[in-house]
Write a protein that binds this ligand. Structure first.
Ligand code: MG
Length: 280
């Protein structure tokens, strides 16, 4: 896999805003379009080259409004030159039929979950037909997917999309570990996932996301194994330590950049990030 070149520069992905309501304990999560652009700009200056985006309605619930996605994208293209824009097509709080609406705005990438899984309080439902439909829309609009792997079977879901010609044979995959009721954050599970990826998707690029208190440790495991990218941001984790909240997405990106250096690698530029993930 591409990640076995362990001297390659590392893409830092920042997931700026998730689906969890902003409460008193996570005031740094950007919610309005203006806050999202400002927060991403600071994260970009700290070394992030890929921005994973969820948008919110005025009442801060998750939104599928394509205009909001477009507004964030426009701000990022203006203020963060070259940064990879990735829209979420994820499901929390969103109607399945609306999850692909933002793809018409042709972001560089979009997340694509290739199977269903239990989340803390809901079933994250991704039927085979919805997955194929979203992959088809991404292909139609020239949007590169990031395959979200919440379970081993999701790798095989990605392979089925390759075999069906809906995605190319060099997908970018992200292993998500530490979501309550889904895949635990266990180092040996990452090895199992990587071994299976190498077997069925040998040209894939990859990254891993640790949720909550697992963010830093999963990043270390990924860097140890030559990951092409690391993922951070307030969507996944709001704390620097058990006792201290992160002040911003930029602070978390700074910690990721330090981790990259500790592993003897360097942070990718936007052009390097695009080349690494197969984007123009
Ligand atoms: Mg997300």
């Amino acid at each position: 896999m591409a990640g076995s070149r362990s001297d390659a520069p590392v893409v830092i992905a920042v997931a700026i805003t998730g689906s969890v309501p902003r409460k008193a304990d996570n005031p740094a999560v950007p919610v309005t379009v203006a806050e999202q652009i400002e927060s991403t700009h600071r994260a970009f200056e700290a070394g992030a080259t890929l921005c994973h985006i969820h948008v919110r309605n005025d009442d801060e619930t998750p939104s599928s409004d394509p205009d909001r996605f477009a507004a964030v994208q426009e701000g990022l293209r203006r203020h963060c030159p070259g940064m990879i824009v990735q829209f979420s097509t994820g499901g929390r709080g969103r109607d399945p039929a609306s999850r692909g609406l933002s793809l018409q705005h042709r972001p560089d990438m979009a997340s694509l979950s290739t199977g269903s899984v239990n989340f803390p309080t809901i079933v994250y439902e991704n039927s085979a037909s919805l997955v194929s439909d979203l992959a088809g829309q991404m292909k139609q609009h020239g949007v590169r997917p990031e395959i979200e792997i919440f379970d081993l079977s999701h790798l095989h879901g990605a392979k089925r999309l390759v075999d069906a010609g809906l995605i190319d044979a060099r997908p970018h995959v992200q292993f998500v570990m530490g979501v309550q009721n889904a895949m635990p954050a266990e180092e040996h599970l990452l090895d199992i996932l990587l071994a299976e990826t190498k077997r069925i998707l040998p040209d894939a690029t990859w990254t891993a996301a640790g949720i909550g208190r697992y963010q830093a440790v999963v990043m270390d495991w990924a860097l140890t194994r030559g990951a092409d990218a690391v993922r951070t941001g307030l969507e996944d984790n709001i704390r620097v330590t058990k006792d201290r909240l992160a002040a911003s997405n930029a602070e978390l990106v700074g910690l990721a950049a330090e981790a990259v250096s500790r592993h003897g690698r360097r942070v990718a530029t936007p052009a390097e990030a695009r080349a690494a993930l197969g984007l123009a």
